[in-house]
Ligand binder design. Structure first.
Ligand code: AMP
Length: 208
C-alpha cells in the first residue's frame, strides 16, 4: 500500500496537491479538516464541539481525529493506499497512525512536507477565505494563531518521521504543476526502492 502523509502549515497547498495525487495514484484522500467540517454540516454533537475549537484555530483533541481516521481505514480496506492531509498534527497522532496502519499490515510510506513562509500563508488564506466560507480563513488573527499552533505543536511531527527516514521537504512556493512533479518524484523513488525489510524478505525467499 502507498500511504502518504502530506504535511505543512495551513495554506501550504496540501488540499490542492492531494486532489492531483489521488487521481495519479488511485488513493483515498483522508483530510481530518474535511471530515470535521462534514460533521459540522451534519450538525452532530462531535461537529458542534469541534467547531468552537476550529473557529478559534485551535486543535481538536487527539482522540477525536484518531477515532475518525480509525473508522475511515476500516471503511476502506480495499484501497490502494491513502493520502493523509492535515493528519497527523501531533506526535501521539503520528504514533496512532503507525498502530492503525499496522493493523492492516501496512505503514506510512513517506511524509512530504510543503514549506511556505508565514506571510505567504496569511496572504493565501485570506484570499481563500473570500470564497471558502471558512470562518478560520477570514480573520488574520485566527490565521496567525493556526500558523503558530502549527509551529509549536505540529512541526515536531516532522522529527518523528525524520527518525524513521521518511521525511522529505519541498518548497511549497511555485507553480502547482512543478510542485506536483517534485512530489511524484519522491513517491516514485519510494515505490521502486525496496525497503530493507523487503530486501530481507526477498533474500529469505531465495534461501527457502
Ligand atoms: P484543516 O482543514 O486541515 O486546515 O483543519 C481545520 C481545523 O480542523 C484545524 O485548525 C483544527 O482545528 C482542526 N483539525 C484538522 N485536522 C486536525 C488534526 N489532525 N488534529 C487536530 N485538529 C485538527
Amino acid at each position: 500500500m502507498l500511504n502518504i502523509v502530506l504535511f505543512g502549515p495551513p495554506g501550504a497547498g496540501k488540499g490542492t496537491q492531494s486532489q492531483k495525487l489521488i487521481a495519479r495514484y488511485n488513493l483515498v484522500h483522508l483530510s481530518t479538516g474535511d471530515l470535521l467540517r462534514s460533521q459540522i454540516t451534519q450538525g452532530t454533537e462531535l461537529g458542534l464541539r469541534a467547531k468552537k475549537l476550529m473557529d478559534e484555530g485551535l486543535l481538536v483533541p487527539d482522540e477525536v481525529v484518531i477515532g475518525m481516521i480509525e473508522s475511515q481505514l476500516a471503511n476502506n480496506t480495499t484501497a490502494a493506499g491513502f493520502i493523509f492531509d492535515g493528519f497527523p498534527r501531533t506526535v501521539p497522532q503520528a504514533q496512532s497512525l503507525d498502530e492503525l496502519t499496522q493493523r492492516y499490515d501496512t505503514g506510512v510510506s513517506c511524509m512530504i512536507a510543503l514549506e511556505v513562509a508565514e506571510e505567504e500563508l496569511v496572504k493565501r488564506l485570506l484570499e481563500r477565505g473570500k470564497t471558502s466560507g471558512r470562518p478560520d480563513d477570514q480573520d488574520e488573527a485566527k490565521i496567525r494563531r493556526r500558523v503558530n499552533v502549527y509551529n509549536t505543536e505540529t512541526a515536531q511531527v516532522a522529527g518523528y518521521y525524520a527518525e524513521q527516514q521518511k521525511f522529505h521537504a519541498l518548497n511549497g512556493i511555485g507553480a502547482i504543476e512543478e510542485i506536483f512533479t517534485q512530489i511524484c518524484d519522491i513517491i516514485d523513488q519510494k515505490q521502486v526502492a525496496p525497503s530493507i525489510s523487503d530486501g530481507q524478505q526477498a533474500a529469505d525467499e531465495v534461501k527457502a
